[in-house]
Design a protein around this ligand. Structure first.
Ligand code: 5GP
Ligand code: ZN
Length: 117
């Protein structure tokens, strides 16, 4: 069923506590934890506890939880005292998505280029 935990999904394992992560926030529907390979002084991933392969699929199936992810991205930025930051949803392997469980990257604490690479 859509949204059910997937045995082979890294982020479902983090949600279940089977793989450790440095959690920074948790709500009923989301978890936020530090990226293992940070690309900036702040690099936090905000994920829904339910499994959907990408942000668009999450928004289509469970729009309230997609909104929770966005709200939590803002709360992470506030906790980290970021005045400027970027929220990124890599979607598809060509855009750099490597984990197919929807997640927002919250990146900040350094200058950033636009357009992105
Ligand atoms: P994507 O490339 O799919 O947009 O983002 C996946 C992110 O997950 C990458 O930035 C990668 O560094 C991070 N990541 C991969 N494995 C782990 C892990 O085991 N723990 C944590 N905290 N982050 C991970
Ligand atoms: Zn998953």
């Amino acid at each position: 069923m859509a949204g059910e935990p997937q045995d082979d999904c890294l982020f479902c394992k983090i949600v279940a506590g089977h793989i450790p992560a440095t959690l920074v926030r948790e709500t009923e529907t989301t978890v936020a934890f530090r990226d293992i390979n940070p690309q900036a002084p702040t690099h936090v991933l905000v994920i829904p506890k339910v499994h959907h392969p990408d942000a668009a699929a999450l928004a289509a199936a469970e729009p309230a939880i997609a909104a929770d992810v966005l709200r939590e991205a803002g709360e992470v930025a506030r906790d980290e005292k970021l005045e400027s930051y970027r929220v990124v949803f890599n979607t598809g392997s060509g855009a750099g998505q490597t984990v197919f469980h929807a997640h927002a990257h919250v990146i900040g604490g350094r200058g950033m280029q636009w357009p992105p690479g």
